[in-house]
Design a protein around this ligand. Structure first.
Ligand SMILES: Cc1cc2nc3c(=O)[nH]c(=O)nc-3n(C[C@H](O)[C@H](O)[C@H](O)COP(=O)(O)O)c2cc1C
Length: 326
């Protein structure tokens, strides 16, 4: 089977199919929801500011909350100050995370000034950051990069080599530049170049929207694991479908009842756990998830005008009980 297992030192990622960190999406509830559906071997927190962590900012503490059933779990941090990042990494280790990951990809303006993809233009500083984090923790240390700042400054290979030399143990590559944002296509050839330049595992990421695309990513790059971002909230079954596809050459498309059960169970988790911002997350998820649902536009309208999280859940239940009985 493709992507059967990836080992990062003592951590077994099985299957080697990873949920990408996504700010505002991959909170503890979403991560557990994805894990329960099967086929996802590693989940990651959304990125957490090292500066926020050191100030013991509430948001950062909330982002770092996880449950045992989420293991193995990676915490992702960002920042630009080597000593502060090292201190944040120590805190992550103390919280019991299995892996620490450094974000070198975020294109948001606010983040670029203090880390994220901005560091791809400052390799001497980046080297210091790698070394300080490496010296600060004994858990596996990984990084996630974009390909560079712009088409003229593609640095994926030198950054991967630098990371390897500094003791980083795996690298995830999202082969778009900072300036590209999310436009255009991910350049998988850059993942292949990184793969042939380093010995540490390379995790391929970018534009994998189906099991077929994951197989193509593997054959084009030889990457050791696949990381899925935007496809997960529109098709949370994608991890399980990839496993089925790699084993048997086909996979099951969910029926309308599966869609209902899925949206209901995710929303019920958000309501029961009284997640901060639950209603906003529910509305956002509904707009992704209900494409392909019969009369999805009607459901989206109904959800958008709800006033409370419980109200959203009730409207979803009502919509599906009417539509499934037709
Ligand atoms: C809403 C959103 C939030 C994201 N937040 C993060 C983040 O916190 N850390 C990170 O490394 N990448 C983040 N990313 C990038 C994804 O992890 C991933 O690299 C990118 O979406 C490409 O993969 P995909 O084509 O499978 O979506 C985010 C992407 C999206 C769409």
């Amino acid at each position: 089977m493709l992507f059967e297992e990836l080992r990062i030192r003592n951590v077994s990622i099985r299957p080697a199919q990873i949920l990408a960190p996504m700010a505002g999406i991959t909170d503890t509830v979403f991560r557990r929801f994805i894990k329960r559906l099967g086929g996802c071997g590693l989940i990651m927190t959304e990125f957490v500011s090292s500066e926020g962590m050191l100030r013991q900012n509430l948001k950062s503490q909330r982002f770092l909350y996880y449950k045992e059933e989420e293991r193995p779990i990676t915490a992702q941090i960002f920042g630009a100050d080597p000593a502060h990042l090292a201190e944040a990494a120590r805190i992550i280790e103390g919280l019991g995370f299995d892996i620490i990951d450094l974000n070198l990809g975020c294109p948001a303006k606010k983040v670029v000034r203090c880390g994220g993809s901005g560091l791809l233009r400052e390799l001497p500083l980046l080297e210091e950051i790698f070394r300080k984090i490496r010296a600060a923790v004994s858990i596996p240390f990984t990084v996630k990069i974009r390909s560079g700042w712009s088409d003229e400054e593609i640095v994926a290979v030198p950054v991967a080599r630098l990371a390897e030399n500094c003791g980083v143990e795996a690298i995830a590559v999202h082969p778009r530049t900072r300036l590209q944002g999310y436009s255009g296509a991910a350049r998988w050839d850059i993942i292949q170049e990184v793969k042939s330049s380093v010995r540490i595992p390379v995790i391929g990421n970018g534009d994998v929207m189906s099991p077929e695309a994951a197989a193509a990513l593997f054959s084009r790059t030889g990457c050791d694991a696949v990381m899925i971002g935007r496809a997960a909230p529109t098709n949370p079954w994608i991890f399980r479908q990839m496993m089925e596809f790699f084993r048997s050459g086909s996979y099951i498309e969910p029926a309308e009842t599966d869609r209902y059960e899925l949206i209901h169970s995710y929303y019920a988790m958000l309501v029961e756990e009284d997640m901060p911002g639950a209603i906003g997350k529910m509305k956002q998820f509904a707009s992704w998830f209900t494409h392909g649902v019969r009369n999805g536009a009607e459901l989206r309208r109904s959800v958008q005008s709800a006033q409370t999280a419980r109200d959203v859940l009730d409207r979803v239940d009502e919509f599906f009980s009417a539509s499934l009985s037709k």
